[in-house]
Design a protein around this ligand. Structure first.
Ligand code: NAG
Ligand code: NAG
Ligand code: NAG
Ligand code: NAG
Ligand code: NAG
Length: 954
């Protein structure tokens, strides 16, 4: 019998007696005992052994073996009637130590293992699968790491499996990180072995998880799983709670999961999932919670998402969802929290939502929603947060909204709301954040606003509000931020503004028509950091009290009629001349200002100097202002157009060859002027497409202007049209690693593109210069590779249609002043006719173009992937890899010493800096994967970017 064996074993270990007789007697005794207590010792012994391996802790004080007492009375232990342990429950006890010395084999009858919310470290024992009767496993919220043991798939009786909130990963993906040396991608292995040794990347969730058919709850959230969600989960037909959120899962949601009709709580948020969400998700008849936020999903939201009528929490924010707001959301009174902001959803604010008595939070900001604000919101009696910024919502702000007695945050900024602010605004006493910025609200600010005593942030900027600032504004005891800028407010600044004792972040009253003196009481705002009262009609002198504003770090008083001496204060010594400029007659001992007594008693020669200086400064300031206004107008116009209709902006100019997002002719002329008609003096580089010029505009703006080699003969109207669309698309892309394209102009003699200017030139130039290359240390280089990967991933996978670069090389990667990578020239390649000489020139760039390009013009994104591989390698080795690429492709049995090929100009990465080593190895591995001859075998840029990014987070 198994139990006898166990006991014998144990005993022969412990007993050191040489006396055979004694041993025999004891043995007989023990054997008898075992028969009747069915393995009690072995279980208690296993528990005690575990206890001994743990740091001493009071929670285990009851775990002592006095007189062979049964463990069944120990804390956290429950047994079956036979005295065998069925439950180990030490949840929430602060238990610390590891599971390494817990002999799981000793607990054949264990049903429940609950150790959640403790301080356990180390890994989950590999043999966890021996607990063959286990029904409940909860190790959540500990500090466990390592992989999820494959043996877990043997726990076929488990219905709740929760290992969430640890640092657990899956099985290493053998495809990406091959282990066997006969993999064709040999380079990968040798490099991996060299640098990868004990650094582990995230692993995938084994498909075998689907063997646990009885699962009702699977919670893996807050760990380090990456790769696909196993479709086998579709076998777990009882699954009700599925939490995979906050990992690095990628790929699509397997359709099989959509068929799990018992799902009530599904959380996928904060992963790298993409593709469309299975439509079946909408038909789940029990769904209560669905979280899809912060992934890369596209397509429509499931139209019947509230079919169950039980949906309480729904989030889909920060994805690329398009199409309408799900119809079933309109009639879904169960809703409690809804977050769908930052997508491209269309719909009508007044038609697509219903009345939700339980709703506390809804955010549909930054979508493409039109219509008006419905008075229905008043029916959502529990609503606390209502956000709909950045849509195209028009009409008035209905007074009913302010009937919401719980309302705390109302953000309707950046829409097209008009009319007056209703007087009822003062009604919800709970309101603490109000943002009406960027609309067309008119009329006066109602005095009733002063009843919002809890307000912390008030932004009414960029509207058309008139009249005086109400005195009641002084009531806001808790206000931290106040922005009333860019309106038509007039009258004086009420002295009550000094009562805003909590005001801290900013007070911005700029760009209004405020007049009179700056109130003395302003000085009472001791916590204020930024004060902007520029561009008004304020007069008189600056009150001495301003020096009492101890926190003040930014002050802008420019463009007023202020006069007299500047108070002596730290803030004025450090503020820039422009911030004080364009006033009537300010004086003081401050750079750029006239000393105060000079004009009275100093000889005329000195005062002459000042007479020259002041107008000069004024005019400099003026120029700055003009350019500011210009830029402001440009952004305003641009915003208007991109917001309403792109078609309009494309047709703005009669000339079919030009596309402008701002005042075309003026800028055209300015650019010709700034570059002295493209004088070589301003040339900062030359690419296959043409020369690049630096155009420093009068207002201080600097652009990079790329003058294309081609002229109009080369451009037929079809390619112009295509290109226009592309420029327009480019203009809408906002990615920190893509050079911003401001416009395109083809007029008269010149065809040029206007880009954001990058201080540090191209990566190629930087790497080509022995001195400058040193500035690019290993972490910076890794960062550059990551930046390029992220840009390409964005263009390939987040743009519709995908944009393919076709000419990725170190020449097209520009560096900003902080040495961050910015990919340039996106979209330009397609502009040129395939048979034009320029096309051949660039497609043939040595070693950069993917092999298949040489034979066929089928340009897929996998060509960009290849070029990226070359680029990444170039960054590592410091020069164009040239022949190394074909060498790596053709050698099958080659082991290159990675460290030998790294850029010799930098000192090799320090062996102790595991992080840098690991990242360099990853870059090398990925770059080699990208260089594979077969385009199909190359990873997608999405995968590359995710792997690089994942590493970032770990
Ligand atoms: C664990 O327990 C099993 C069954 O009781 C036993 O066979 C095994 O030897 C034990 N292992 C250790 C390392 O104590
Ligand atoms: C969802 O349910 C609707 C009607 O309730 C039905 O027409 C539709 O086919 C179902 N969709 C799927 C994908 O099951
Ligand atoms: C108000 O919303 C705008 C965007 O619409 C934003 O830029 C601004 O920061 C917000 N104001 C405050 C005080 O948060
Ligand atoms: C006012 O000045 C502050 C600080 O310099 C600045 O952040 C803010 O943008 C300015 N306001 C406007 C409307 O330009
Ligand atoms: C500005 O104030 C001056 C008096 O200080 C007044 O003459 C002028 O009309 C005001 N301008 C505007 C635009 O309000």
């Amino acid at each position: 019998m198994a139990n006898n064996n166990n006991c014998y074993h144990f005993f022969s270990h412990e007993s050191q007696s040489n006396l055979m007789v004694v041993v025999l007697i004891l043995l007989v005794l023990v054997l008898n005992r075992c028969h009747f207590t069915s393995g009690l010792e072995s279980e208690s012994e296993a528990l005690l052994k575990w206890k001994q391996s743990l740091p001493p802790q009071p929670v285990l004080d009851s775990w002592v073996n006095v007189n062979q007492s049964s463990p069944c009375s120990w804390r956290g232990i429950t047994c079956d009637p036979q005295g065998s342990v069925t439950t180990i429950n030490l949840a929430y006890t602060g238990l610390s130590g590891t599971l390494q010395n817990l002999n799981l084999s000793a607990f054949p009858n264990l049903l429940i293992l609950d150790l959640k919310t403790n301080n356990l470290t180390g890994t989950i024992p590999q043999n966890i699968g021996v607990l063959s009767k286990l029904q409940f496993l909860d190790l959540s919220t500990n500090f466990l790491n390592g992989t999820l043991p494959l043996s877990i798939a043997n726990l076929t009786q488990v219905h709740e499996l929760d290992v969430s909130r640890n640092d657990i990963t899956g099985i290493l993906d053998p495809l990406l990180f091959p282990d066997s040396s006969d993999d064709p991608r040999t380079g990968l292995i040798s490099i991996r072995n060299l640098l990868f040794q004990d650094t582990l990347l995230g692993g995938t969730l084994p498909n075998e998880i689907g063997n646990i058919r009885n699962l009702t709850l699977l919670a893996l959230d807050g760990n380090n799983f990456y790769g696909p969600i196993p479709p086998s989960l579709g076998n777990c037909t009882h699954l009700s709670v599925l939490r995979l959120n906050e990992n690095q899962f990628s790929g699509t949601i397997p359709p099989s999961i959509g068929k799990l009709t018992n799902l009530t709580d599904v959380r996928f948020f904060t992963n790298y999932l993409n593709g469309t969400v299975p439509r079946e998700f909408g038909n789940l008849s029990s769904l209560v919670v669905l979280h899809l936020a912060e992934n890369n999903f596209i397509g429509e939201l499931p139209p019947q998402v509230c079919k169950s009528g039980k949906l309480v929490n729904f989030s889909a924010a920060y994805n690329g969802f398009t199409g309408p707001i799900p119809v079933s959301l309109r009639n879904c009174p169960s809703l409690y929290r809804v977050r769908i902001e930052y997508n491209m959803l269309t719909g009508y604010a007044d038609e697509d939502f219903g009345v939700y008595p339980n709703l506390t939070y809804i955010d549909f900001s930054y979508n493409r929603i039109q219509g008006e604000i419905s008075s229905n919101w008043a029916g959502c009696e529990n609503l606390q947060v209502l956000r709909m910024a950045g849509n195209s919502i028009s009409g008035n702000i209905p007074a009913e909204v302010f009937r919401l007695s719980q309302l705390a945050e109302l953000d309707v900024s950046s829409n097209q709301l008009a009319g007056e602010i209703p007087q009822e605004i003062g009604d919800p006493s709970t309101l603490y954040e109000l943002n009406f910025s960027g609309n067309r609200l008119s009329g006066v600010i109602p005095v009733q606003i002063g009843r919002l005593l809890g307000l912390q942030s008030l932004d009414l900027s960029m509207n058309m509000l008139l009249g005086q600032i109400p005195n009641t504004i002084g009531n806001f005891n808790n206000l931290l931020k106040l922005n009333l800028s860019n309106n038509d407010l007039n009258g004086t600044i009420p002295y009550q503004i000094g009562n805003l004792a909590a005001l801290q972040d900013f007070l911005d009253l700029s760009f209004n028509s405020l007049s009179g003196k700056i109130p003395d009481d302003l000085g009472k705002l001791e916590n204020l950091i930024s004060l902007n009262i520029s561009h008004n009609n304020l007069s008189g002198s600056i009150p001495e009290s301003i020096t009492k504003m101890l926190s003040l770090s930014f002050i802008n008083l420019s463009y007023n009629h202020l006069e007299g001496p500047m108070p002596k204060g730290r803030i004025f010594n450090s503020s820039s001349t422009a911030d004080l400029s364009n006033n009537k007659d300010l004086c003081g001992n401050i750079k750029g200002l006239q000393p105060c007594d000079v004009s009275i008693n100093v000889p005329s020669s000195t005062s002459n100097k000042h007479k020259v200086l002041v107008p000069l400064l004024a005019s400099l300031g003026g120029a700055f202002f003009v350019s500011l206004v210009f830029v402001a107008i440009f952004f305003f116009i641009y915003k208007q157009h991109s917001g309403s209709s792109r078609q309009n902006s494309l047709n703005m100019k009669p000339n079919p060859f030009s596309i402008w997002y701002f005042n075309g002719r003026v800028v055209y002329g300015d650019i010709i002027e700034a570059t002295k008609n493209f004088d070589s003096e301003y040339c900062i580089g030359e690419g296959a497409l043409g020369k690049v010029y630096k155009a420093a505009m009068k207002g201080g703006q600097v652009f990079a202007v790329k003058k294309l080699k081609c002229d109009e003969e080369n451009l037929d109207s079809e390619s112009i049209k295509t290109f226009k669309n592309e420029v327009a698309a480019m203009n809408e892309t906002r990615h920190r690693n893509i050079v911003k394209l401001y416009g395109f102009c083809s007029e008269g003699l010149h065809t040029f593109l206007i880009y954001e200017y990058m201080d540090r030139g191209s990566l190629a130039d930087m790497l080509g210069n022995d001195l400058r290359a040193l500035e690019l240390d290993w972490p910076k280089r890794i960062d550059i590779v990551k930046g390029v990967a992220s840009a390409l991933s964005y263009m390939h996978h987040d743009c519709n249609p995908p944009l393919i670069h076709r000419d990725i090389s170190s020449k097209n990667v520009l560096l900003s002043s902080d040495l961050k990578a910015h990919v340039s020239d996106f979209g330009t390649a397609r502009f040129l006719k395939p048979n034009s000489p320029i096309w051949t020139a660039f497609a043939g760039t040595y070693g950069c173009a993917a092999p298949e390009l040489a034979y066929t013009m089928a340009v897929t994104e996998k060509c960009d992937v290849f070029s990226f591989g070359v680029l990444a390698l170039e960054v590592l080795i410091g020069r164009h890899p040239g022949d190394l690429v074909s060498y790596l492709q053709t050698t099958t049995n080659q082991s290159i010493n990675f460290k030998e090929i790294l850029d010799p100009r930098l000192s090799p990465p320090n062996n102790d800096d595991k992080h840098v080593l690991k990242e360099l190895a990853l870059v090398a591995n990925l770059s080699l994967s990208c260089l594979q001859t077969n385009p199909q075998s190359r990873p997608t840029m999405r995968t590359v970017a995710q792997l690089l990014d994942m590493d970032n987070n770990s």
